[in-house]
Design a protein around this ligand. Structure first.
Ligand SMILES: Cc1cc2nc3c(=O)[nH]c(=O)nc-3n(C[C@H](O)[C@H](O)[C@H](O)COP(=O)(O)O)c2cc1C
Length: 302
């Protein structure tokens, strides 16, 4: 569930959210469809004064047990913090909202703990990195998938990630089109960096459709899984304007190179793929309206 969905239900949440948006002077960006663990969170920045933009977290939490697709009451809190002044952690508002509807939630899968040591040096991996388009017909393990997603966008410390992000606004969203991954069914999953989990958004093997969306690059369907990098531009452009678009593109490059090097460290193969039909891919992944696909990286054994 996302805040805008609550707002569109015509329940009290709608008024509250609009009131907060009026207070902030802009819409609360939403993170798109997501799973229960980090459900209902929207991050944005509240301009405190010129020197200190203050990030805030608007969080809706279910009150009591939740059933998929059912109506329920939520608490809404808006917190803000600032590393350089005293208001850190102050809760601005706390409300109870009634009658929100939680989106259908499919499986949420905890990923194994990541390894932070390896056998090869960074220099060796840089020298070895190559695009690979031939894959064995063999599955990837869940721990390999977890390691790859963490390398691309995982949390390292205090909410910061393996890749830099302009203003620490983190516009990237990672999806996994899983075909052959041990322990999970074929389907589409969204990666939650905060909880290091995969939240399923659709089922079924979508690799052939993905190949068609990617201009019939037939080798893509042979990858055990495909990592899709998408972005919510608004998370960055509200602050940096048009220049924010450039920042988002730079960030996806950082994340893709991290994934390339992690693939190499695991002895797997991948290639960055930019040739695809944006609309077909967004439809296939059922991306929220504010989320655009930027890059694919099919991964498999070689
Ligand atoms: C932004 C971008 C888009 C790319 N798109 C594709 C693509 O659609 N299909 C493909 O086979 N390779 C694609 N590539 C991979 C390049 O062809 C590859 O990196 C290049 O041939 C250099 O080879 P190397 O990666 O082994 O050094 C893309 C690479 C980048 C950086």
């Amino acid at each position: 569930m996302v805040m805008s969905e609550v707002g569109h239900q015509g329940c009290q949440a709608s008024d509250e959210i609009h009131r907060i948006e009026r207070h902030l002077g802009r819409p609360i960006p939403v993170r798109g469809r997501q799973g229960i663990d980090n459900l209902l969170c929207a991050e944005a920045q509240l301009e405190h004064h010129v020197q200190h933009p203050i990030p805030y977290l608007a969080a809706l939490r279910p009150l009591g047990a939740m059933t998929n697709g059912a109506k329920a009451d939520f608490s809404l809190s808006l917190c803000c913090w600032c590393n350089s002044c005293a208001i850190s952690g102050k809760v601005l508002m706390n409300h109870t909202l009634t009658g929100g509807v939680m989106a259908q939630q499919k499986d949420s899968i905890a990923l194994p703990e990541v390894a932070v040591t390896g056998e090869q040096t960074l220099q060796q991996l840089l020298r070895l990195r190559r695009s690979n388009r031939k894959f064995e017909d063999a599955p990837l393990s869940l721990s390999e998938i977890g390691q790859l997603l963490w390398a691309a966008q995982g949390i390292t410390h205090q909410g910061h990630r393996t890749t830099p992000s302009a203003g620490a606004l983190y516009p990237l969203e990672l999806y996994l089109v899983a075909g052959q991954v041990e322990g999970i069914e074929a389907g589409i999953y969204r990666y939650s960096p905060k909880s290091h989990r995969l939240n399923q958004t659709a089922d079924g093997d979508r690799r052939k459709r993905l190949t068609r969306a990617a201009m019939w690059q037939s080798w893509i369907k042979d990858a055990a899984a495909v990592v899709v990098f998408a972005a919510v531009y608004e998370r960055t452009t509200w602050k940096y304007g048009k220049r924010g678009v450039r920042y988002v593109h730079i960030e996806v490059g950082h994340a893709a190179q991290n994934l390339h090097l992690q693939v190499e460290a695991l002895g797997l193969g991948t290639t960055a793929v930019g040739a695809f039909d944006d609309k077909k891919l967004a439809n296939l992944l059922q991306l929220p309206a504010d989320t655009e696909p930027l890059l694919l990286m099919p991964v498999g054994r070689q």
